[in-house]
Design a protein around this ligand. Structure first.
Ligand code: F6R
Length: 611
Protein backbone atom coordinates (compact mmCIF):
# COMPACT_ATOMS: atom_id res chain seq x y z
CA UNK A 1 0.00 0.00 0.00
CA UNK A 2 1.12 3.65 -0.10
CA UNK A 3 4.54 4.34 1.35
CA UNK A 4 5.92 7.38 3.16
CA UNK A 5 9.53 8.53 3.59
CA UNK A 6 10.55 11.93 4.89
CA UNK A 7 13.90 13.34 5.96
CA UNK A 8 15.06 16.32 7.98
CA UNK A 9 18.71 16.62 8.93
CA UNK A 10 22.02 17.95 7.69
CA UNK A 11 22.69 15.57 4.80
CA UNK A 12 21.28 15.87 1.26
CA UNK A 13 17.68 14.64 1.53
CA UNK A 14 17.26 13.36 -2.03
CA UNK A 15 19.35 10.15 -1.78
CA UNK A 16 17.66 9.27 1.52
CA UNK A 17 14.22 9.80 -0.01
CA UNK A 18 14.91 7.82 -3.19
CA UNK A 19 16.59 4.98 -1.36
CA UNK A 20 13.70 4.89 1.11
CA UNK A 21 11.14 4.77 -1.70
CA UNK A 22 12.99 1.83 -3.24
CA UNK A 23 12.90 0.03 0.10
CA UNK A 24 9.14 0.57 0.18
CA UNK A 25 8.54 -0.62 -3.38
CA UNK A 26 7.57 -4.07 -2.15
CA UNK A 27 4.44 -2.65 -0.53
CA UNK A 28 2.88 -2.15 -3.97
CA UNK A 29 2.21 1.20 -5.66
CA UNK A 30 1.35 2.74 -8.99
CA UNK A 31 2.96 6.19 -8.88
CA UNK A 32 5.55 8.09 -6.86
CA UNK A 33 6.49 11.62 -5.98
CA UNK A 34 8.63 13.79 -3.74
CA UNK A 35 9.12 17.36 -2.61
CA UNK A 36 12.11 19.11 -1.08
CA UNK A 37 12.18 22.41 0.73
CA UNK A 38 15.15 24.68 0.26
CA UNK A 39 14.16 28.30 0.07
CA UNK A 40 11.20 27.28 -2.07
CA UNK A 41 9.34 24.04 -2.66
CA UNK A 42 10.40 21.75 -5.47
CA UNK A 43 8.02 18.91 -6.37
CA UNK A 44 8.32 15.98 -8.81
CA UNK A 45 5.80 13.24 -9.56
CA UNK A 46 5.72 10.28 -11.92
CA UNK A 47 3.41 7.45 -12.83
CA UNK A 48 5.03 4.02 -12.58
CA UNK A 49 8.17 2.88 -10.83
CA UNK A 50 10.43 4.86 -8.49
CA UNK A 51 13.13 4.56 -11.18
CA UNK A 52 11.02 6.80 -13.43
CA UNK A 53 10.80 9.42 -10.67
CA UNK A 54 14.53 9.15 -10.03
CA UNK A 55 15.24 9.71 -13.69
CA UNK A 56 12.95 12.73 -13.71
CA UNK A 57 14.56 14.47 -10.71
CA UNK A 58 18.03 13.76 -12.06
CA UNK A 59 17.11 15.31 -15.39
CA UNK A 60 15.38 18.32 -13.81
CA UNK A 61 18.01 18.97 -11.13
CA UNK A 62 17.60 21.54 -8.37
CA UNK A 63 16.53 19.09 -5.68
CA UNK A 64 19.40 19.93 -3.31
CA UNK A 65 17.97 20.29 0.17
CA UNK A 66 18.32 18.83 3.63
CA UNK A 67 14.63 18.18 4.16
CA UNK A 68 11.98 16.58 2.03
CA UNK A 69 9.04 14.20 1.78
CA UNK A 70 8.45 11.33 -0.64
CA UNK A 71 5.62 8.93 -1.36
CA UNK A 72 4.57 5.85 -3.30
CA UNK A 73 0.85 5.89 -4.08
CA UNK A 74 -1.57 2.99 -4.43
CA UNK A 75 -4.66 4.59 -5.95
CA UNK A 76 -7.83 4.85 -3.84
CA UNK A 77 -9.42 8.21 -4.74
CA UNK A 78 -8.91 9.01 -8.40
CA UNK A 79 -7.05 7.23 -11.19
CA UNK A 80 -3.36 6.52 -11.57
CA UNK A 81 -2.19 9.89 -12.91
CA UNK A 82 0.64 12.28 -12.24
CA UNK A 83 -1.84 14.85 -10.88
CA UNK A 84 -3.19 12.41 -8.33
CA UNK A 85 0.29 11.30 -7.19
CA UNK A 86 1.57 12.78 -3.92
CA UNK A 87 2.85 15.18 -2.62
CA UNK A 88 -0.16 17.48 -2.74
CA UNK A 89 -0.07 21.21 -2.16
CA UNK A 90 -2.51 23.68 -0.70
CA UNK A 91 -4.29 26.24 -2.85
CA UNK A 92 -2.02 27.92 -5.41
CA UNK A 93 -3.28 31.43 -4.63
CA UNK A 94 -4.88 31.24 -1.18
CA UNK A 95 -2.28 28.90 0.25
CA UNK A 96 1.02 29.16 2.10
CA UNK A 97 3.18 26.58 0.33
CA UNK A 98 1.95 23.64 2.38
CA UNK A 99 2.89 20.23 1.02
CA UNK A 100 1.49 16.91 2.25
CA UNK A 101 2.08 13.20 1.72
CA UNK A 102 -0.56 10.89 3.12
CA UNK A 103 -1.36 7.21 3.61
CA UNK A 104 -4.91 6.23 4.52
CA UNK A 105 -8.30 7.63 3.61
CA UNK A 106 -9.98 10.88 4.60
CA UNK A 107 -13.58 9.69 4.78
CA UNK A 108 -15.25 13.11 5.03
CA UNK A 109 -13.16 14.62 2.24
CA UNK A 110 -16.21 15.44 0.08
CA UNK A 111 -17.76 17.61 2.82
CA UNK A 112 -14.44 19.30 3.53
CA UNK A 113 -13.89 19.88 -0.18
CA UNK A 114 -17.28 21.59 -0.56
CA UNK A 115 -16.49 23.82 2.43
CA UNK A 116 -13.12 24.78 0.95
CA UNK A 117 -14.54 25.34 -2.52
CA UNK A 118 -17.03 27.79 -1.03
CA UNK A 119 -14.02 29.66 0.34
CA UNK A 120 -12.57 29.86 -3.16
CA UNK A 121 -10.14 26.93 -3.15
CA UNK A 122 -9.42 25.37 -6.53
CA UNK A 123 -8.44 21.70 -6.63
CA UNK A 124 -6.20 20.15 -9.21
CA UNK A 125 -6.56 16.45 -8.38
CA UNK A 126 -9.29 13.97 -7.47
CA UNK A 127 -7.65 12.94 -4.20
CA UNK A 128 -8.71 13.18 -0.58
CA UNK A 129 -5.12 14.12 0.27
CA UNK A 130 -5.24 17.37 -1.68
CA UNK A 131 -8.29 18.31 0.40
CA UNK A 132 -6.25 17.79 3.55
CA UNK A 133 -3.40 19.93 2.17
CA UNK A 134 -5.86 22.75 1.39
CA UNK A 135 -7.46 22.45 4.80
CA UNK A 136 -4.09 22.78 6.54
CA UNK A 137 -3.35 25.81 4.34
CA UNK A 138 -6.74 27.30 5.15
CA UNK A 139 -6.13 26.94 8.89
CA UNK A 140 -2.50 28.15 8.76
CA UNK A 141 -1.85 31.19 10.94
CA UNK A 142 1.95 31.16 11.00
CA UNK A 143 2.37 27.88 12.93
CA UNK A 144 2.41 24.64 10.94
CA UNK A 145 2.06 22.39 13.97
CA UNK A 146 -1.10 24.22 15.08
CA UNK A 147 -2.54 24.19 11.57
CA UNK A 148 -2.03 20.43 11.27
CA UNK A 149 -3.60 19.83 14.67
CA UNK A 150 -6.61 21.97 13.77
CA UNK A 151 -7.06 20.25 10.41
CA UNK A 152 -6.83 16.78 11.90
CA UNK A 153 -9.54 17.64 14.42
CA UNK A 154 -11.87 18.11 11.44
CA UNK A 155 -10.93 14.89 9.71
CA UNK A 156 -12.52 11.47 9.98
CA UNK A 157 -10.76 8.44 8.55
CA UNK A 158 -7.24 7.13 8.67
CA UNK A 159 -4.01 8.93 8.06
CA UNK A 160 -0.28 8.92 8.34
CA UNK A 161 1.03 12.23 7.04
CA UNK A 162 4.20 14.25 6.68
CA UNK A 163 3.78 17.98 6.09
CA UNK A 164 6.13 20.84 5.23
CA UNK A 165 5.42 24.53 4.67
CA UNK A 166 7.49 26.93 2.58
CA UNK A 167 7.04 29.57 5.28
CA UNK A 168 8.70 27.37 7.96
CA UNK A 169 11.75 25.93 6.22
CA UNK A 170 13.11 24.20 9.34
CA UNK A 171 9.98 22.40 10.50
CA UNK A 172 8.37 19.13 9.52
CA UNK A 173 5.11 17.97 11.09
CA UNK A 174 4.04 14.33 10.98
CA UNK A 175 0.98 12.63 12.44
CA UNK A 176 -0.90 9.38 12.47
CA UNK A 177 -4.22 7.76 13.12
CA UNK A 178 -4.87 4.23 11.94
CA UNK A 179 -2.02 4.06 9.39
CA UNK A 180 1.48 3.14 10.49
CA UNK A 181 4.18 5.79 10.90
CA UNK A 182 7.49 5.76 12.65
CA UNK A 183 10.27 8.26 13.18
CA UNK A 184 13.87 7.06 13.05
CA UNK A 185 16.05 9.11 15.38
CA UNK A 186 19.62 9.65 14.19
CA UNK A 187 22.26 12.20 15.18
CA UNK A 188 20.88 15.61 14.22
CA UNK A 189 18.54 13.95 11.78
CA UNK A 190 15.18 12.20 11.60
CA UNK A 191 13.93 9.73 9.01
CA UNK A 192 10.16 9.31 8.98
CA UNK A 193 8.64 6.27 7.26
CA UNK A 194 5.57 4.14 7.08
CA UNK A 195 7.69 1.05 7.66
CA UNK A 196 11.01 0.41 9.28
CA UNK A 197 12.63 -0.97 6.11
CA UNK A 198 13.13 2.64 4.96
CA UNK A 199 14.73 3.58 8.28
CA UNK A 200 17.13 0.79 9.25
CA UNK A 201 19.83 1.90 6.80
CA UNK A 202 20.14 5.14 8.80
CA UNK A 203 19.35 4.27 12.40
CA UNK A 204 17.92 1.46 14.50
CA UNK A 205 16.47 3.86 17.08
CA UNK A 206 12.86 4.69 16.30
CA UNK A 207 9.62 6.01 17.73
CA UNK A 208 6.36 4.41 16.64
CA UNK A 209 3.76 7.14 16.82
CA UNK A 210 0.47 6.39 18.58
CA UNK A 211 -2.88 7.22 17.01
CA UNK A 212 -3.85 10.90 17.22
CA UNK A 213 -0.23 11.89 17.83
CA UNK A 214 1.31 14.86 16.05
CA UNK A 215 5.10 15.26 16.03
CA UNK A 216 6.88 18.55 15.31
CA UNK A 217 10.40 17.88 14.12
CA UNK A 218 13.31 20.25 13.51
CA UNK A 219 16.94 19.27 12.96
CA UNK A 220 17.65 19.43 16.67
CA UNK A 221 14.31 19.07 18.39
CA UNK A 222 11.40 16.69 18.53
CA UNK A 223 8.14 16.99 20.40
CA UNK A 224 4.88 15.13 20.34
CA UNK A 225 1.38 16.30 21.20
CA UNK A 226 -2.15 15.11 20.70
CA UNK A 227 -4.31 16.76 18.04
CA UNK A 228 -5.62 18.89 20.94
CA UNK A 229 -2.08 20.12 21.60
CA UNK A 230 -1.63 18.19 24.84
CA UNK A 231 2.01 17.05 25.21
CA UNK A 232 2.55 13.28 25.06
CA UNK A 233 5.70 11.29 25.60
CA UNK A 234 7.13 9.19 22.83
CA UNK A 235 9.25 6.17 23.53
CA UNK A 236 12.34 5.34 21.47
CA UNK A 237 12.84 1.63 20.85
CA UNK A 238 15.42 -0.46 19.07
CA UNK A 239 14.31 -1.72 15.64
CA UNK A 240 14.72 -5.45 15.59
CA UNK A 241 16.13 -6.12 12.19
CA UNK A 242 19.06 -5.08 10.13
CA UNK A 243 19.65 -4.45 6.45
CA UNK A 244 20.92 -7.99 5.85
CA UNK A 245 17.47 -9.32 6.54
CA UNK A 246 15.84 -7.13 3.93
CA UNK A 247 18.43 -7.56 1.19
CA UNK A 248 17.97 -10.10 -1.59
CA UNK A 249 21.34 -11.78 -1.13
CA UNK A 250 21.91 -14.48 -3.72
CA UNK A 251 18.23 -14.89 -4.60
CA UNK A 252 16.47 -13.47 -7.66
CA UNK A 253 13.30 -12.58 -5.77
CA UNK A 254 12.20 -11.93 -2.21
CA UNK A 255 9.52 -14.57 -2.56
CA UNK A 256 12.09 -17.26 -3.36
CA UNK A 257 14.39 -16.00 -0.61
CA UNK A 258 11.56 -16.13 1.89
CA UNK A 259 10.44 -19.60 0.79
CA UNK A 260 14.02 -20.76 1.41
CA UNK A 261 14.19 -18.93 4.73
CA UNK A 262 11.30 -21.01 6.06
CA UNK A 263 13.30 -23.70 7.88
CA UNK A 264 15.25 -21.10 9.86
CA UNK A 265 12.24 -18.87 10.28
CA UNK A 266 10.42 -21.75 11.96
CA UNK A 267 13.43 -22.54 14.13
CA UNK A 268 13.34 -18.93 15.36
CA UNK A 269 9.58 -19.04 15.78
CA UNK A 270 9.83 -22.11 18.05
CA UNK A 271 13.04 -21.11 19.83
CA UNK A 272 12.61 -21.14 23.60
CA UNK A 273 8.93 -21.98 23.28
CA UNK A 274 9.08 -25.79 23.32
CA UNK A 275 10.09 -27.14 26.73
CA UNK A 276 10.51 -30.83 26.11
CA UNK A 277 11.53 -31.63 29.67
CA UNK A 278 8.37 -30.36 31.29
CA UNK A 279 6.07 -31.10 28.33
CA UNK A 280 5.01 -27.44 28.39
CA UNK A 281 4.71 -24.90 25.63
CA UNK A 282 6.16 -21.60 26.82
CA UNK A 283 4.32 -18.59 25.40
CA UNK A 284 5.35 -15.60 27.48
CA UNK A 285 3.08 -13.25 25.56
CA UNK A 286 -0.12 -14.99 26.64
CA UNK A 287 0.90 -16.69 29.90
CA UNK A 288 -0.84 -13.97 31.90
CA UNK A 289 -4.12 -15.10 30.33
CA UNK A 290 -3.54 -18.86 30.58
CA UNK A 291 -6.53 -19.36 32.90
CA UNK A 292 -8.92 -17.38 30.70
CA UNK A 293 -7.73 -19.33 27.69
CA UNK A 294 -8.16 -22.68 29.40
CA UNK A 295 -11.70 -21.71 30.39
CA UNK A 296 -12.64 -20.13 27.07
CA UNK A 297 -16.03 -21.14 25.73
CA UNK A 298 -15.27 -20.15 22.17
CA UNK A 299 -12.33 -19.03 20.09
CA UNK A 300 -12.75 -17.01 16.89
CA UNK A 301 -9.81 -16.48 14.53
CA UNK A 302 -10.01 -13.49 12.19
CA UNK A 303 -7.75 -12.43 9.32
CA UNK A 304 -7.68 -11.84 5.58
CA UNK A 305 -6.12 -13.69 2.66
CA UNK A 306 -3.26 -15.95 3.62
CA UNK A 307 -3.70 -15.04 7.28
CA UNK A 308 -7.30 -16.23 7.05
CA UNK A 309 -6.09 -19.55 5.64
CA UNK A 310 -3.74 -19.86 8.60
CA UNK A 311 -6.79 -19.13 10.78
CA UNK A 312 -8.62 -22.01 9.12
CA UNK A 313 -5.79 -24.35 10.05
CA UNK A 314 -5.88 -22.82 13.54
CA UNK A 315 -9.59 -23.70 13.80
CA UNK A 316 -8.81 -27.39 13.23
CA UNK A 317 -5.88 -27.22 15.65
CA UNK A 318 -7.83 -25.55 18.43
CA UNK A 319 -10.70 -28.03 18.23
CA UNK A 320 -8.35 -31.00 17.88
CA UNK A 321 -5.76 -30.18 20.53
CA UNK A 322 -7.61 -27.88 22.94
CA UNK A 323 -11.18 -29.11 22.41
CA UNK A 324 -12.64 -25.62 22.41
CA UNK A 325 -15.43 -24.76 19.93
CA UNK A 326 -13.70 -22.59 17.36
CA UNK A 327 -14.72 -20.48 14.38
CA UNK A 328 -12.81 -18.58 11.78
CA UNK A 329 -14.02 -15.58 9.87
CA UNK A 330 -12.89 -12.98 7.39
CA UNK A 331 -12.12 -9.98 9.59
CA UNK A 332 -14.05 -7.83 7.08
CA UNK A 333 -17.21 -9.89 7.59
CA UNK A 334 -16.85 -10.33 11.32
CA UNK A 335 -16.65 -6.60 11.96
CA UNK A 336 -19.90 -5.76 10.16
CA UNK A 337 -22.16 -8.70 10.84
CA UNK A 338 -23.13 -8.02 14.44
CA UNK A 339 -21.11 -11.01 15.68
CA UNK A 340 -22.08 -13.02 18.75
CA UNK A 341 -19.44 -12.42 21.38
CA UNK A 342 -20.54 -14.07 24.62
CA UNK A 343 -18.69 -14.26 27.89
CA UNK A 344 -15.66 -16.49 27.55
CA UNK A 345 -15.05 -15.64 23.90
CA UNK A 346 -11.47 -15.19 22.76
CA UNK A 347 -10.89 -13.44 19.44
CA UNK A 348 -7.52 -14.02 17.83
CA UNK A 349 -6.39 -11.69 15.02
CA UNK A 350 -3.83 -13.19 12.65
CA UNK A 351 -1.70 -10.81 10.60
CA UNK A 352 1.79 -10.65 9.17
CA UNK A 353 1.94 -6.87 8.90
CA UNK A 354 -0.21 -6.10 11.93
CA UNK A 355 -1.64 -3.24 9.86
CA UNK A 356 -4.47 -4.82 7.84
CA UNK A 357 -7.34 -2.37 8.29
CA UNK A 358 -10.15 -4.93 8.44
CA UNK A 359 -8.31 -7.19 10.87
CA UNK A 360 -7.53 -4.26 13.14
CA UNK A 361 -11.16 -3.11 13.06
CA UNK A 362 -12.44 -6.65 13.76
CA UNK A 363 -10.19 -6.84 16.79
CA UNK A 364 -11.43 -3.47 18.05
CA UNK A 365 -15.03 -4.62 17.55
CA UNK A 366 -14.33 -7.83 19.49
CA UNK A 367 -12.79 -5.86 22.35
CA UNK A 368 -15.78 -3.52 22.46
CA UNK A 369 -17.99 -6.56 22.83
CA UNK A 370 -15.96 -7.84 25.77
CA UNK A 371 -13.85 -10.55 24.14
CA UNK A 372 -10.31 -11.28 25.20
CA UNK A 373 -8.36 -9.97 22.18
CA UNK A 374 -5.21 -11.82 21.15
CA UNK A 375 -2.91 -11.33 18.19
CA UNK A 376 -0.62 -13.61 16.20
CA UNK A 377 1.41 -10.95 14.46
CA UNK A 378 4.81 -10.72 12.79
CA UNK A 379 5.65 -7.01 12.85
CA UNK A 380 6.66 -5.95 16.35
CA UNK A 381 4.95 -2.79 17.57
CA UNK A 382 2.42 -2.81 14.69
CA UNK A 383 -1.09 -1.42 15.15
CA UNK A 384 -2.72 -4.82 15.75
CA UNK A 385 -0.05 -5.90 18.21
CA UNK A 386 -0.62 -2.69 20.15
CA UNK A 387 -4.37 -3.11 20.18
CA UNK A 388 -4.42 -6.65 21.61
CA UNK A 389 -4.70 -7.68 25.27
CA UNK A 390 -1.89 -10.17 24.66
CA UNK A 391 -0.33 -12.10 21.82
CA UNK A 392 2.43 -14.16 20.34
CA UNK A 393 4.85 -12.75 17.78
CA UNK A 394 5.66 -14.95 14.79
CA UNK A 395 9.38 -14.06 14.83
CA UNK A 396 9.90 -15.14 11.20
CA UNK A 397 11.74 -11.94 10.22
CA UNK A 398 10.60 -9.26 7.77
CA UNK A 399 8.51 -10.48 4.85
CA UNK A 400 9.12 -8.32 1.78
CA UNK A 401 7.67 -10.44 -1.06
CA UNK A 402 4.06 -9.42 -1.64
CA UNK A 403 2.98 -13.05 -1.67
CA UNK A 404 3.00 -14.25 1.90
CA UNK A 405 5.02 -17.43 2.42
CA UNK A 406 7.10 -17.66 5.57
CA UNK A 407 4.51 -15.67 7.50
CA UNK A 408 1.92 -18.37 6.74
CA UNK A 409 4.23 -20.97 8.21
CA UNK A 410 4.87 -18.76 11.22
CA UNK A 411 1.14 -18.19 11.72
CA UNK A 412 0.39 -21.92 11.55
CA UNK A 413 3.32 -22.75 13.79
CA UNK A 414 2.27 -20.23 16.44
CA UNK A 415 -1.34 -21.43 16.19
CA UNK A 416 -0.11 -25.00 16.79
CA UNK A 417 1.80 -23.88 19.87
CA UNK A 418 -1.17 -21.87 21.12
CA UNK A 419 -3.55 -24.82 20.68
CA UNK A 420 -1.14 -27.14 22.52
CA UNK A 421 -0.55 -24.49 25.21
CA UNK A 422 -4.29 -24.36 25.87
CA UNK A 423 -4.78 -28.08 25.31
CA UNK A 424 -2.18 -28.92 27.96
CA UNK A 425 -4.27 -26.95 30.45
CA UNK A 426 -7.36 -28.94 29.47
CA UNK A 427 -7.09 -32.52 28.19
CA UNK A 428 -3.66 -33.03 26.67
CA UNK A 429 -1.12 -35.06 28.64
CA UNK A 430 2.48 -33.92 29.01
CA UNK A 431 3.50 -36.94 26.92
CA UNK A 432 1.16 -36.00 24.10
CA UNK A 433 2.52 -32.43 24.04
CA UNK A 434 6.09 -33.74 24.26
CA UNK A 435 5.49 -36.04 21.29
CA UNK A 436 4.02 -33.12 19.30
CA UNK A 437 6.97 -30.89 20.21
CA UNK A 438 9.47 -33.53 19.12
CA UNK A 439 7.72 -33.73 15.78
CA UNK A 440 7.61 -29.93 15.49
CA UNK A 441 11.33 -29.69 16.04
CA UNK A 442 11.87 -31.90 12.99
CA UNK A 443 9.69 -29.77 10.70
CA UNK A 444 12.45 -27.32 9.63
CA UNK A 445 14.67 -30.11 8.31
CA UNK A 446 11.66 -31.72 6.61
CA UNK A 447 11.09 -28.40 4.80
CA UNK A 448 14.71 -28.42 3.67
CA UNK A 449 14.04 -31.79 2.01
CA UNK A 450 11.01 -30.36 0.21
CA UNK A 451 12.94 -27.31 -0.98
CA UNK A 452 15.50 -29.65 -2.55
CA UNK A 453 12.74 -30.75 -5.00
CA UNK A 454 12.44 -27.26 -6.46
CA UNK A 455 13.78 -28.32 -9.90
CA UNK A 456 11.36 -31.28 -10.15
CA UNK A 457 8.49 -28.98 -9.17
CA UNK A 458 9.62 -26.53 -11.82
CA UNK A 459 9.68 -29.24 -14.52
CA UNK A 460 6.22 -30.46 -13.57
CA UNK A 461 4.88 -26.90 -13.50
CA UNK A 462 6.22 -26.28 -17.00
CA UNK A 463 3.99 -29.08 -18.32
CA UNK A 464 0.82 -27.25 -17.22
CA UNK A 465 1.75 -23.58 -17.11
CA UNK A 466 -0.12 -22.77 -20.33
CA UNK A 467 -3.42 -23.91 -18.80
CA UNK A 468 -5.58 -21.00 -17.66
CA UNK A 469 -7.75 -22.77 -15.06
CA UNK A 470 -6.57 -24.81 -12.12
CA UNK A 471 -8.28 -26.49 -9.19
CA UNK A 472 -6.71 -27.08 -5.77
CA UNK A 473 -8.39 -29.66 -3.53
CA UNK A 474 -7.76 -30.95 -0.03
CA UNK A 475 -9.54 -32.35 2.97
CA UNK A 476 -9.26 -31.71 6.71
CA UNK A 477 -6.05 -29.91 7.63
CA UNK A 478 -5.12 -29.82 3.96
CA UNK A 479 -8.26 -28.00 2.87
CA UNK A 480 -6.94 -24.54 3.94
CA UNK A 481 -3.66 -25.50 2.26
CA UNK A 482 -5.55 -26.06 -1.01
CA UNK A 483 -7.04 -22.56 -0.66
CA UNK A 484 -3.60 -21.14 0.02
CA UNK A 485 -2.11 -22.97 -2.98
CA UNK A 486 -4.78 -21.49 -5.26
CA UNK A 487 -4.29 -18.00 -3.81
CA UNK A 488 -0.52 -18.17 -4.33
CA UNK A 489 -0.92 -19.24 -7.95
CA UNK A 490 -3.51 -16.63 -8.88
CA UNK A 491 -1.94 -13.67 -7.13
CA UNK A 492 1.49 -13.93 -8.71
CA UNK A 493 0.91 -15.70 -12.05
CA UNK A 494 -2.61 -14.30 -12.77
CA UNK A 495 -3.70 -17.85 -13.67
CA UNK A 496 -7.25 -18.48 -12.53
CA UNK A 497 -7.23 -20.99 -9.69
CA UNK A 498 -9.85 -22.11 -7.22
CA UNK A 499 -9.36 -23.99 -3.99
CA UNK A 500 -12.02 -25.96 -2.16
CA UNK A 501 -12.65 -29.00 0.00
CA UNK A 502 -12.19 -32.07 -2.21
CA UNK A 503 -15.68 -33.33 -1.45
CA UNK A 504 -17.23 -30.06 -2.60
CA UNK A 505 -16.04 -30.64 -6.16
CA UNK A 506 -18.91 -33.03 -6.88
CA UNK A 507 -21.42 -30.32 -5.99
CA UNK A 508 -20.78 -28.23 -9.06
CA UNK A 509 -17.12 -27.47 -9.85
CA UNK A 510 -16.62 -30.94 -11.37
CA UNK A 511 -18.34 -29.50 -14.45
CA UNK A 512 -15.15 -27.51 -15.09
CA UNK A 513 -12.97 -30.55 -15.53
CA UNK A 514 -12.00 -31.28 -19.10
CA UNK A 515 -9.14 -33.04 -20.87
CA UNK A 516 -5.82 -32.00 -19.35
CA UNK A 517 -7.14 -29.57 -16.74
CA UNK A 518 -4.56 -29.41 -13.92
CA UNK A 519 -6.04 -30.39 -10.56
CA UNK A 520 -3.76 -30.20 -7.54
CA UNK A 521 -4.62 -32.58 -4.72
CA UNK A 522 -3.09 -32.18 -1.29
CA UNK A 523 -3.27 -35.88 -0.60
CA UNK A 524 -1.01 -36.85 2.27
CA UNK A 525 -1.45 -40.04 4.29
CA UNK A 526 -3.96 -39.11 6.96
CA UNK A 527 -7.43 -39.96 8.23
CA UNK A 528 -9.03 -38.93 4.93
CA UNK A 529 -6.54 -40.52 2.56
CA UNK A 530 -8.90 -43.17 1.12
CA UNK A 531 -11.55 -40.56 0.47
CA UNK A 532 -9.17 -38.29 -1.35
CA UNK A 533 -8.05 -41.19 -3.56
CA UNK A 534 -11.68 -41.56 -4.65
CA UNK A 535 -11.79 -37.83 -5.45
CA UNK A 536 -8.62 -38.21 -7.50
CA UNK A 537 -10.26 -41.00 -9.51
CA UNK A 538 -13.29 -38.80 -10.15
CA UNK A 539 -11.01 -36.19 -11.68
CA UNK A 540 -8.96 -38.70 -13.68
CA UNK A 541 -11.99 -40.34 -15.19
CA UNK A 542 -13.02 -36.96 -16.61
CA UNK A 543 -9.66 -36.33 -18.22
CA UNK A 544 -8.21 -34.06 -15.52
CA UNK A 545 -4.46 -34.22 -14.88
CA UNK A 546 -3.62 -34.70 -11.23
CA UNK A 547 -0.67 -33.12 -9.46
CA UNK A 548 -0.49 -34.55 -5.95
CA UNK A 549 1.31 -33.47 -2.82
CA UNK A 550 1.81 -36.82 -1.15
CA UNK A 551 3.60 -38.52 1.71
CA UNK A 552 7.09 -39.85 0.99
CA UNK A 553 7.03 -43.57 0.36
CA UNK A 554 3.39 -43.63 -0.77
CA UNK A 555 3.80 -45.90 -3.80
CA UNK A 556 0.05 -46.36 -4.08
CA UNK A 557 -0.62 -42.76 -5.08
CA UNK A 558 1.82 -42.89 -7.99
CA UNK A 559 -0.60 -45.18 -9.81
CA UNK A 560 -3.37 -42.57 -9.60
CA UNK A 561 -1.67 -39.30 -10.58
CA UNK A 562 0.46 -37.66 -13.27
CA UNK A 563 2.83 -35.72 -10.99
CA UNK A 564 3.83 -36.08 -7.35
CA UNK A 565 5.60 -33.68 -4.98
CA UNK A 566 6.76 -35.49 -1.86
CA UNK A 567 6.60 -34.35 1.76
CA UNK A 568 7.92 -36.27 4.78
CA UNK A 569 5.43 -38.06 7.01
CA UNK A 570 4.32 -36.06 10.07
CA UNK A 571 1.24 -36.20 12.32
CA UNK A 572 -1.88 -34.72 10.75
CA UNK A 573 -1.93 -31.41 12.69
CA UNK A 574 1.58 -30.62 11.40
CA UNK A 575 0.94 -31.48 7.76
CA UNK A 576 0.02 -27.93 6.61
CA UNK A 577 3.51 -26.77 7.62
CA UNK A 578 4.89 -29.06 4.93
CA UNK A 579 2.19 -29.45 2.28
CA UNK A 580 2.04 -25.73 1.53
CA UNK A 581 5.73 -25.53 0.58
CA UNK A 582 5.56 -27.35 -2.80
CA UNK A 583 2.56 -25.20 -3.69
CA UNK A 584 4.52 -22.01 -2.97
CA UNK A 585 7.27 -23.25 -5.30
CA UNK A 586 4.74 -24.24 -7.96
CA UNK A 587 3.24 -20.73 -7.91
CA UNK A 588 6.69 -19.13 -7.99
CA UNK A 589 7.85 -21.15 -11.01
CA UNK A 590 4.55 -20.67 -12.86
CA UNK A 591 4.71 -16.90 -12.37
CA UNK A 592 8.27 -16.72 -13.68
CA UNK A 593 7.39 -18.87 -16.70
CA UNK A 594 4.55 -16.48 -17.44
CA UNK A 595 6.94 -13.54 -17.19
CA UNK A 596 5.37 -11.97 -14.12
CA UNK A 597 6.98 -9.62 -11.62
CA UNK A 598 6.86 -12.08 -8.73
CA UNK A 599 7.60 -9.62 -5.95
CA UNK A 600 5.36 -6.87 -7.27
CA UNK A 601 2.26 -8.47 -8.73
CA UNK A 602 -0.12 -6.09 -10.46
CA UNK A 603 -2.77 -4.32 -8.37
CA UNK A 604 -1.55 -5.86 -5.12
CA UNK A 605 -0.22 -4.19 -2.01
CA UNK A 606 1.78 -5.90 0.71
CA UNK A 607 -0.21 -4.39 3.48
CA UNK A 608 -3.86 -3.47 2.95
CA UNK A 609 -4.38 -0.52 5.25
CA UNK A 610 -7.72 0.54 3.76
CA UNK A 611 -11.04 -1.30 4.05
C1 F6R B 1 -1.34 -13.22 0.09
C2 F6R B 1 -1.19 -12.16 1.06
C3 F6R B 1 -2.42 -11.53 1.58
C4 F6R B 1 -2.26 -11.24 3.09
C5 F6R B 1 -3.46 -10.44 3.60
C6 F6R B 1 -3.36 -10.19 5.09
O1 F6R B 1 -0.10 -13.76 -0.28
O2 F6R B 1 -0.11 -11.79 1.42
O3 F6R B 1 -3.54 -12.29 1.33
O4 F6R B 1 -2.14 -12.45 3.76
O5 F6R B 1 -3.53 -9.22 2.92
O6 F6R B 1 -2.20 -9.51 5.40
P1 F6R B 1 -1.62 -9.47 6.87
O7 F6R B 1 -1.19 -10.86 7.22
O8 F6R B 1 -0.49 -8.50 6.82
O9 F6R B 1 -2.75 -9.02 7.76
Amino acid sequence: MCGIVAYIGRRPALPVLLEGLKRLEYRGYDSAGLAVLNGGLKVAKAVGRVAVLEDLVNRQGGFDATMGVAHTRWATHGGVTEKNAHPHRDDATLGHGVVVIHNGIIENYATLKRYLEEKGHVFTSETDTEVLAHLIGELYRGDLERAVQSALREVTGAYAIAVMCAKEPDVMVVARKGSPLMVGVGKDEYVVASDSSAIVAHTTQAITLDDYTVARITRDSFRTTTVDNVPVTAEIRELEYDLGQIDLGAFDHYMLKEIHEQPNALRLCMKGRLDLRSGQIVLGGVSEFARELARAKRVIFVGQGTALHAGMVAEYLMEDLAKIPTDVDFASEFRYRNPMVEEGTVVVAISQSGETADTLAALQEAKQRGALALGLVNVVGSSISRETDAGVYLRVGPEIGVASTKAFLGQVCVATMLAAFVGRRRFLSADAVRELMEQMERVPSHIERILAQSEEIKRATARYVERDNWLFLGRGYNYPVALEGALKLKEISYIHAEGMPAAEMKHGPIALIDEGMPVVFVATRNSQYEKILSNIEEVRSRGGHVIAVATEGDEEIRRHVQEVFWVPDVPEPLQPLLTVVPLQLLAYHAALMRGRDVDKPRNLAKSVTVE
